[in-house]
Each structure stands twice: as C-alpha cells, then as structure tokens.
Design a protein around this ligand. Sequence first.
Ligand code: MN
Length: 500
Amino acid sequence: MAHFGDLEAWFVTGSQHLYGPDVLKTVQQHADTIAKALAVSPQIPVKILLKPVMTGSESIQQLCLEANSSGKCVALIAWMHTFSPARMWIAGLRSLNRPLLHLHTQFNQELPWSTIDMDFMNLNQSAHGDREFGFIGARMRLKRKIVVGFWQDAEVQAETGAWLRAACAWHDAQRLKVVRFGDNMRNVAVTEGNKVSAEIKLCYSVNGYGVGDLTDSIQQVSDAEVNKLTDEYDESYRVSESLRQGGCHRKSLQDAARIEIGLRHFLAHNGAHAFTDTFEDLHGLPQLPGIAVQRLMAEGYGFGAEGDWKTAALVRAVKVMGQGLTGGASFMEDYTYHLKGPGQVLGAHMLEVCPSITEEKPSAEIHPLSIGGKADPVRLVFTAGSGKAVNATVVGLGNRFRLLVNQVTLIPPEHDLPKLPVARGVWIPEPNLKVAATGWILAGGSHHTALSRALKSEHLESFADMAGIEYLLIDTTTTIANFQKELRWNDVYHHMADGF
Ligand code: MN
C-alpha cells in the first residue's frame, strides 16, 4: 500500500546463465509473483518495482547506478533465488548508495517431499544462494538489513515494511532543510552541536534566519486569510470562551492564526520541512508560536524548541516513518516525575506538543507564559492517548551522533490535571523509571525527544543503521551493568570505525 506517493523500492533477483534460459524465465516469473505480493501488502508502504533477473556484473552495476540517480528509488531489495556468484555483485554494491535489504526467502514454503528432484533443488536454492550473497556483504562490510522467512508471512512483510519506512525517512533526510529562527536558548549544552557534521552524516542542512525574516512573512498575511483560519480553529477545537468571536482574547487568537500562516508561507518558500524557534528571540512576534507549531507538526513538519535542530530533524524523520500509521508523533520533553511506585514521567512542553498523539478533541486555550516576556500565547491542550510508544533523541557527542531510544507505555493520568495549561502525556518507561533514567543520563540523552506512538524501536534502529550512527535501546531487557558495557564498547568501536 503506497503511503509514500511515488517512492519505490526495487526488487532485484540474482541468478546466473549456468541454468539455461528456461530456468531464468521461471526465476523471473517467481520474482514477479513475490514482488506483486509485496506491492499489495498493507505492510509495505512504497511501490515495489520488479527489475530483470541479474546475471552479470555489468548489468548489476548499471542497475545500482540507476538506483543512485533515481529520485524515486529509496532502497533495493535483493533475493538470490538460485546461485548468483557474488563477485559479479562487487562493482555494483560498491557503487550503490541506496539502503540494501537482503530478503532471504524461498519461493516455495514447503518441501515437496514426494516429488522433489534435482531440477527442483537447482531452482530453489536460495538456502545457499543467499549465503553466497551474504558473504560478499560481510566481506565488503556493507550496511544491510537481512529479513528471513517465507515471503507471504505477515512477519516478513512487516519487518520489510518497517525497514522501508526508515528508508523513506532516510530518503527525506537527503534533501531536508531545517529552518532555525534565532540561535538556541542561551547556555544550553545539549541542544548545541555540529551542523557540518550533521550534514555530512545525517544529510539534512540546518540554516539560521533572523526572526525578523519571519516577522516580515507574518506581516504580509491578509485579514481575510486570518479570518478563514480562525473559523477553522473554531470548528476543529473546543475553543475557550475568551478566544471565541466577541471574546476578550479574540485578538490573541487572530495573532496566533497570523503567525501560523506566516510561518507556513516562510517554510514553504524556503522548501523546509522542519524548524526551530526560541522564546529568547521573538523580536517582532506578539507571542511565542504555540498553536501554529502544534498544527504544523500535525501536518508532518519537524520541530525543536529552544533552537534544538537535532530534535527538529528527528521529529521530521519520525513523522515520515510513521506516515499512514495510526498513533502520531510529537516533539516532547521529559518534564516532571511521579516517583511513587515504578515511577512515571509527565511529558509536556511550554506549548509545543503535537495533537496527532491524542484521540481527543483538543481545547484551544490562552494562558500566560511565565518566561519570554511576550503576550499570552494560544495553545492546544489535550492528553496523549494510551499505549506503547518510543521516545528517542539524537545526542551530539562531538565526534559522532548517537540515537538513543526508550520504549515506553503511555497511560491515562491517574487524576485530572485541571490547572495544567499545556498538552501532556504520562508514561512509564521500560524497564522502569530507575533503570531508564539511569541509562538515559549515562548516555547523555537530551530532555528533548521525538515521541512516537506509531513506530517501534526497529524503525529507529534501521534509520540509525542507514545513517551509520550509534544506536542504543533502553527496553525491558536493559540492565545498567550491560548498558554501561555497551557504552564503553561503542566508544571504542566508533572511535576505530570512524577513524579521524
Ligand atoms: Mn524545552
């Protein structure tokens, strides 16, 4: 099911001429059947494009070069139905710059016990044909995903689909522009980082703009546009009394709408799909963007508060990966704890939590913001829905990036929160707050995260693998003793792997 428009993965089957034309014809037919099954699977989010059976190094290299230059191809899926001597793959794989998935499957699910003969064996030999292909991947130290099992199995399709979602986010990162209004919140360390390193390693580019540039864009918004958007607010949310037509704060809602339209125009004009702002740099803006940021996130934009461009890009990646799935994703912050029992985290932010993570109709409210010295900002207030989620952050370690993920369970708050004027979620981290927070802090994880109810850790793991950055998971199996060792081993590994 194509959730990603034109994007496609190329299905490539390897063989050789040794078997004669009839066998190659059958191989192509079988590949066609598998590719079609993947293409219609609800688990597979992109189009599947079947390529001719590969039997020689020149055609393989040509195919890889075509994949590299295709704007639509996000990944290659390779399968060796028969035996494909792997030296013929070296030149192609050396030049390939698309993520590679090795699908270790077999056309037949069951052994035909009573009829099996050598012809059948020679055709259906991926059991060893794929081992030959696997060797060259290992020999060339290639990054690749290996999925094993029968191609019709839901699990095989789900694993392939999850990896393809990561490939789509990786594809998006190649051209992602992150707009940064102002710098980061003064003196904060974790939101700093090396933008050149990020562009080399994670591909997206981060560019600063004066908040005055945004102000210009906001001033060009017409009253008619503003009225149309405030009407939309009125219909979409439970708008509080004072913000309604004739209410004493209606002007604040209009200001918020004007900011949203100006921001939207600015991002579109600059081809950006992620952005940051900071409450310390709002010159010319009447209020800190709240509802504007929340609604742009709900449309798929990445966002990081206080100039946090690493999290903005991560929120965008998580948004892309989750396209078409239920659950949503948001910029998030571990705000405060409930330290009773196994421990709970109350996640929130000053304003900017994405309404895609709730099933309830948000209320549009206005409250004072105790910092920033601007007019009271309008924000959407709601509680995140329940269930499993992943909370992730990218850490800039100076010489490398680390993707840190914690599996969590969102729960309904034990009590109402009548005085809390911001959107929030309450969760229990795996394996418990004590271990999760210890590990997170040891790993240098930020207070800012991308929280996704739509994704599993495997999506993020695949994304980290494609980017070639460190990946650390805190889940039910985590112990601090082992996590400490993993941190130390990873330090050594990445120091050696990345060189100088
Ligand atoms: Mn923050």
